[in-house]
Ligand binder design. Structure first.
Ligand SMILES: C[S@@+](CC[C@H](N)C(=O)[O-])C[C@H]1O[C@@H](n2cnc3c(N)ncnc32)[C@H](O)[C@@H]1O
Length: 211
């Protein structure tokens, strides 16, 4: 007998956070509920905290996005934070970089279903774009520890642009280990930002590439 699947429901505060984009986010959530586990995109233990842990956490980066320009989300996976951010900022051009074919196929489906015409999918590793393209902001969540993340994202950032990384509890430790790498890659003005979003605060590291 299969176990009853419980999924958290969005609170009033979450609806407010997503504002006019709530419908699209709800559509994305429903797609993940229907197919996410089957497609190996999200673990069964994550579905009960789909809103609180994944969708809302992704939305926390939105205030750190530029007023205009291009954003590359490295290692988008099931679509965090890239799909959420692209839905909430239809005025920005998003590039979702993901090397796994299964995940790119999923992202293609989500982009079509949600009608996100501001998203380009890039089926490749971030390193393959080095010396070829750069973006105003690069975002990442749960892709690699800060030192490794800096190595494969710094070459993708324009001078004066930023890396915006969603991090967990190990943030200070990761930054300590990454401090020489960040310096070498000209990533300066590192800040750790605790963003109050319902129901758990998000930790966001922002660093700028020296102009
Ligand atoms: C743990 S998943 C996290 C996915 C999503 N960002 C999230 O928060 O749920 C890490 C993702 O990074 C991708 N990835 C790993 N190395 C990468 C690289 N060098 N360039 C781009 N994506 C990479 C993997 O394929 C995977 O989808």
């Amino acid at each position: 007998m299969s176990e009853e699947l419980t999924v958290d429901v969005p609170t009033e505060g979450m609806r407010e956070l997503f504002g006019p984009h709530f419908g699209q986010i709800e559509h994305f959530a429903q797609m993940l509920i229907d197919e996410g586990e089957l497609r190996g995109l999200i673990g069964p233990r994550e579905l009960p905290r789909l809103w609180g842990r994944h969708l809302v956490n992704s939305a926390a980066i939105v205030p750190f996005l530029p007023s205009r320009g291009t954003v590359a989300d490295v290692g988008s996976g099931a679509g965090f934070p890239g799909i959420v951010a692209a839905a909430m900022r239809p005025d920005l051009e998003f590039h979702l970089i993901e090397p796994m074919e299964r995940r790119i196929n999923w992202l293609e489906l989500v982009v079509a279903e949600l009608g996100l015409d501001n998203v380009q999918l890039r089926h490749m590793r971030a390193e393959e774009l080095h010396k070829r393209e750069s973006f105003d902001v690069v975002t990442a969540r749960a892709v690699a520890a800060m030192d490794k993340l800096a190595r494969f994202t710094a070459p993708l950032i324009v001078r004066g642009g930023q890396l915006v990384a969603l991090k967990g509890q190990s943030v200070e430790d990761e930054l300590e280990k990454a401090k020489y790498v960040l310096k070498k890659l000209h990533l300066v003005d590192v800040s750790v930002n605790e963003v109050e979003v319902p129901d758990a605060p998000a930790t966001i590291v922002v660093t700028a590439k020296k102009a």
